[in-house]
Ligand binder design. Structure first.
Ligand code: CTP
Ligand SMILES: C[C@](O)(CO)[C@H](O)COP(=O)(O)O
Length: 238
């Protein structure tokens, strides 16, 4: 675990809300030499937009950024270049998103914490979604943001396709927010390939996952074309 050595370093111990921003991936589908969390959107790195959204929220969580271990120095230099001073702590990423979340969790020892896990590569998340997720999880144990499918949905199995009921289908996003004890217990389970998000890990404990309203613009930057879409959406927001 590496600590951020900017003058933004601060103690994690006594806030209730925490955000684990997972930026430990390599972005293979983006096919760029630089991991996508550091790519520029209208001149500013993706990860900075994401951290800013949490910093601007009313919840004002303590922020933990999970980075690939070879990119800590690179990030610190980016922070200096962009005069980025939002307080945060840095942790090494793992080989999977699951392991990266686990590494972030290891930094939090407050049993009363409410923890949001968020993809670094969702820079367009709205502050209201962050606040709603924290508040809902504090009251009900967990909350994930998701949007209803706008397209018709079919499932293809063994060559046979079948329509699914669209109104029952949600597309899951982040933040995904949980009471600390629950998330910690969930991440003690052995890794499985079908753990594609935090909700799937927690659900494995037999817990019902609460869905709250997300936004269609909460894009996950995954493929090269997503950069232009994100830049356009950001320009519209300003
Ligand atoms: N070992 C990993 C893998 C992913 N992530 C993070 O999880 C988020 C969502 O993952 P994804 O979009 O799949 O990112 P990558 O794994 O980097 O992309 P790809 O699957 O295309 O390689 C990203 O912010 C990514 O940095 C992480 O922290 N640690
Ligand atoms: C966590 C997530 O963003 C929810 O939609 C998604 O599951 C990440 O998936 P990926 O395969 O790591 O892109």
């Amino acid at each position: 675990m590496a600590a951020n050595n900017l003058d933004t370093q601060y103690a994690l111990s006594n806030t209730t809300y925490y955000a684990i921003i997972v930026a430990g991936g390599s972005g293979s589908r983006m096919q760029s030499a630089l991991p996508k969390q550091f790519l520029l959107l209208n001149g500013k790195p993706v990860l900075m937009y994401t951290v800013e959204a949490f910093y601007k929220s009313n919840s004002r969580p303590s922020i933990i950024i999970v980075l690939p271990k070879d990119y800590h120095q690179y990030w610190l230099e980016l922070c200096k270049d962009h005069d980025f001073r939002i307080p945060h702590h840095l942790v090494n990423g793992g080989d999977t998103r699951f392991q990266s979340v686990k590494n972030g969790l290891a930094l939090i020892d407050n049993p009363d914490a409410v923890i949001a896990v968020h993809d670094a590569v969702r820079p367009l998340t709205q502050v209201t979604a962050i606040d709603n997720a924290f508040t809902y999880a504090q009251q009900h144990g967990n909350a994930i943001v998701a949007v209803k499918s706008r397209d018709s949905i079919r499932q293809l199995k063994n060559g046979i396709s079948a329509a699914l009921i669209r109104n029952e289908i949600y597309l899951v996003q982040t933040p995904q927010t949980f009471q600390s004890g629950l998330l910690r217990r969930a991440y003690q389970q052995p890794y499985r390939d079908d753990f594609t998000d935090d909700a799937s890990v927690v659900e494995c404990l037999g817990i019902n996952i609460n869905i709250i309203e997300g936004s269609y613009t909460n894009l996950k930057i995954t493929f090269p074309e997503d950069i232009a879409i994100a830049e356009m959406l950001l320009s519209n927001q300003q």
